[in-house]
Write a protein that binds this ligand. Structure first.
Ligand code: AMP
Ligand code: ZN
Length: 457
């Protein structure tokens, strides 16, 4: 069996992955707060952990992995969106949830096994909070319930490697008169008439953000599970607080064994932000005609623990590569095993850039069936040959590059049959083929008929 190695934020080391139960490998990933379209950065953890999910399924069997990713559908940003738009909260969260699923499906992301919504787990959150109070880890103050970090000084801050005192010195924490320690965080807060609220032993209110993941992970995965993931912006305070809640409520368990964090996404070298005007959603890109698989490929080309830079140039290059690979892969049948070198690259802490260079090799090796199956294993080539490959955006310069590459190969192999075939096809489609030493230029003539290029499949 392939040994998977994963970098564990908690131990700051790459470790051999050994699941608690190989029959049921369990992973929890923090999902989106649903009030708006997912921006491109939100898609990064989705793709990263989708690759891991696929790898785990490959190694342990498709029925032996449980992947949970939540939807945060109770949050003050959602309340604000409802207030400013005059729409019902439920309508906004339902619509945004569906958008998220549609957009992520375009990126080739499989659906997790469970996608719990926070509002479906309020009683479990209330029970966990009651338990934390009973165990002396939380206290009620002015309608709020707070987690007392001083009750767990030995564990709080371990993930991000800081002590409570460091955190107080460095953080901009909300100082509230009812907090015993400025780092204490909210488990439950009171709701006004016009805010969503549920009855609780502390009056009508709503949960804090962190408790939802602790409660849902416990319900769906138990007190100990294998992997917890999310963006590294969540490490503190969100994940630190999840750990405190879960480990104090269920001291018999370890909560999550391996913590994995993806680095952030940037755009053309700059942080993606609304104020810089470089903020866009996944849907914006799809609407501009960038295929979802191209977005996925660009993501895969950077290792998940490195900051990733989105550039238009990378998207163009990715499109070119995929067209080339797809055209070849489409000639094969899609069963078999993924290429071993690709699986091994992923097993080494999800080394997706290495997996891509292995694919480049595989493309040259002419093993069409393996190429096809490996692309599908990576979440690419979802359809036999996606429309965009032969669709109206078909870029002749890419075909020219393909032909020029074929020519180089032909010169090595002394076999020009493929070059001749392609050339004849292009000419038949009404294209003038100018073969020069520097490259191949394709010029559409008056009789150019793009439909005839379909047979390039
Ligand atoms: P949020 O809805 O902001 O809680 O984010 C949902 C997920 O997207 C979390 O796992 C975040 O860490 C992740 N995320 C947010 N912004 C970025 C970004 N710029 N790059 C990568 N991941 C991000
Ligand atoms: Zn979470």
């Amino acid at each position: 069996m392939t040994t998977i190695r994963l970098y564990n934020t908690r131990t700051r080391r790459k470790e051999d992955f050994a699941p608690l139960d190989p029959e049921n490998v369990r992973m929890y990933v923090c999902g989106p707060t649903v009030y708006d379209r997912a921006h491109l950065g939100n898609a990064r953890p989705v793709v990263v952990f989708d690759v891991l999910y696929r790898l785990l399924q490959h190694v342990y069997g498709p029925d032996h992995v449980t992947y949970v990713r939540n939807f945060t559908d109770v949050d003050d940003k959602i309340n604000a969106r409802a207030a400013e738009s005059g729409r019902a909260i439920g309508e906004i969260t339902a619509e945004t949830t569906q958008w998220f699923l549609d957009d992520m499906a375009e990126l080739g992301a499989l659906k997790p096994d469970h996608m719990p919504r926070a509002t479906q787990y309020i009683p479990q959150m209330v029970a966990m909070i009651e338990d934390l109070i009973a165990k002396g880890h939380a206290y009620e103050a002015e309608g709020h319930v707070l987690f007392a970090v001083d009750s767990w000084r030995e564990g709080y801050g371990k993930l991000s490697g800081r002590t409570v005192d460091d955190m107080i010195a460095g953080a901009r924490v909300e100082v509230a008169p009812y907090k015993r320690n400025p780092m204490d965080f909210v488990l439950w807060k009171p709701s006004d008439e016009d805010q969503p609220g549920w009855d609780s032993p502390w009056g009508r209110g709503r949960p804090g953000w962190h408790i939802e993941c602790s409660a849902m992970a416990y319900e769906l995965l138990g007190e100990s599970f294998d992997i917890h993931g999310g963006g590294n912006d969540l490490m503190f305070p969100h994940h630190e607080n999840e750990i405190a809640q879960s480990c104090c409520a269920h001291p018999e368990g370890d909560f999550a064994r391996v913590w994995m964090h993806n680095e952030m996404l940037q755009v053309e070298g700059k942080k993606m932000s609304k104020s810089l005007g470089n903020f866009f959603t996944v849907r914006d890109l799809l609407d501009q005609g960038v295929p979802g698989e191209v977005i996925r490929f660009v993501f895969l080309s950077t290792h998940y623990r490195k900051p990733m830079d989105w550039t238009a140039e990378k998207a163009r290059e990715a499109e070119k590569t995929l067209r080339k690979w797809y055209a070849k892969a489409a000639q094969g049948v899609g069963t078999g095993q993924p290429h071993i070198a690709v699986v091994q690259a992923l097993a080494d802490d999800l080394n997706t850039p290495l997996a891509i260079s292995e694919l480049h090799q595989l493309y040259l090796a002419d093993d069409v069936a393996t190429l096809r199956y490996t692309l599908q294993f990576l979440g690419l080539l979802a359809a036999d040959l996606p429309d965009w490959v032969s669709g109206p955006t078909f870029d002749l310069s890419i075909l020219g590059d393909m032909l020029s590459e074929e020519r180089s190969r032909a010169m090595k192999n002394k076999d020009f049959s493929e070059v001749d075939r392609l050339k004849a096809l292009l000419i038949d489609a009404g294209i003038e083929v100018r073969m020069r030493r520097e490259g191949v230029e394709l010029v559409p003539g008056p009789d150019f008929d793009p439909a005839k290029l379909e047979s390039l499949k």
